[in-house]
Write a protein that binds this ligand. Sequence first.
Ligand SMILES: C[S@@+](CC[C@H](N)C(=O)[O-])C[C@H]1O[C@@H](n2cnc3c(N)ncnc32)[C@H](O)[C@@H]1O
Length: 445
Amino acid sequence: MTDRPKSSTRPSRSRTAPAKPAKPAESAPDKALAARAAAVDILDAALARRGGLDEALNAGAAGRLGPLDRAFARALVMATLRHLGPIDRALDGRLSRDPGGKVRNLLRLGAAQAFWLDTPDFAAVDTTVSLAPERMRGLVNAVLRGLLRDGPPPEDPESLAPAWLLARWRAAFGEAEALAVAALIAAEPATDLTPRGQADPAMVEGLEAVALPGGSLRTEKRGDITLWPGFADGAWWVQDAAAAIPARLLGVEPGQSAVDLCAAPGGKTFQLADAGAVVTALDRSAGRLRRVRDGLARMGLTAEVMSADAADWNDARRFDAVLLDAPCSATGTFRRQPDVLWNARPADIARLAQSQSRLLDAAAARTAPGGRLVYSVCSLEPEEGEAQVAAFLARHGDFALEPIAAGEGGSPAASLTANGCLRILPHHIEGGLDGFFIARFRRAA
Ligand SMILES: C[S@@+](CC[C@H](N)C(=O)[O-])C[C@H]1O[C@@H](n2cnc3c(N)ncnc32)[C@H](O)[C@@H]1O
């Protein structure tokens, strides 16, 4: 297998190509089929519900695959989700009626493996037809061959994003910004790491990483991260460059008390502990808290880890620094989780906004007089960001915004809003970062 496109109509793979796992084409034909059958189940689950992708990857048919075949099934589903809009547009041009969800998903996966995973056309067609119900095989064969003859579909920003989300982004950010956000949907991101303490230059070189403003490291390396320099020593953890900004904005001093109210899987807790704060890490999900404990142990950091609902946590303490990285629609994370674009529903945003304002009230109650509260969401939707700030200030006269300075915490200059919050859009730095909204409040002393 090579990186070379199969024909001059193939798009350049340099920025948008997924990492290439070893392909089951080298394993027995039934294993190749099993990986693709699992990919159909994973894609079904990813499109049906939030979290479906991760659940399906570890269960059912995918759970029974070996590591290489599972990596291939995952890469195939991720490539399909990143290019879903253009694939569907091309499919709609060739289908006179809807063939049903399972057959559509087979066709989507067949197209993605030929266009973006370097699967030879004959293998993409054969395996796709074999997995189709008998009565649909003629149609699947004809439609997929037609798509492959046409070549990869054009990937303009308007076809990459779901129409309803693009309409929201246009309304919130304007035409040019909305299209710049959508243009990143097909791009596979680099991996960002947060170093514990000062990064050792030799390790940075071994990671083939560059340092970003604020101290995150960015690497184009692929493969098993547990084998990368510094992993075993707990010298870094994986954390998107934008996700590392909220904890920095708390500016904790050694010995100050800090609570991370929605802590799992733990990146921001690790930052606060690494800065020397006395940290309490809370999360409603006991299962997800295991990742916080494992991470703390690997990094040699300490924090009090507790499972509780932050909205009615029965504890009298107040903290110098409070972090609320609230559950949200996560639309800003589409570079790493492209499924969020396709399984989000408008009603989710309204429901999440209600829960965010309840959690903000709980976070206010935890903040000591004179203390800081940072609120963040990895969402691009104003109801979860700007609107929360306005409503929170109206409800809590003893809190005021503490404006974030230009560039503070490694934040992109373009992200600073007129009132000193951060509205980080994924194109605000070269190579991209997660979309986030971040506000910092100070409670009156
Ligand atoms: C955006 S994630 C947090 C990511 C985390 N701050 C990090 O940097 O790794 C949101 C977390 O909130 C947790 N959560 C949701 N509702 C909660 C609640 N009412 N109380 C506490 N945790 C909650 C979820 O279990 C999830 O782990």
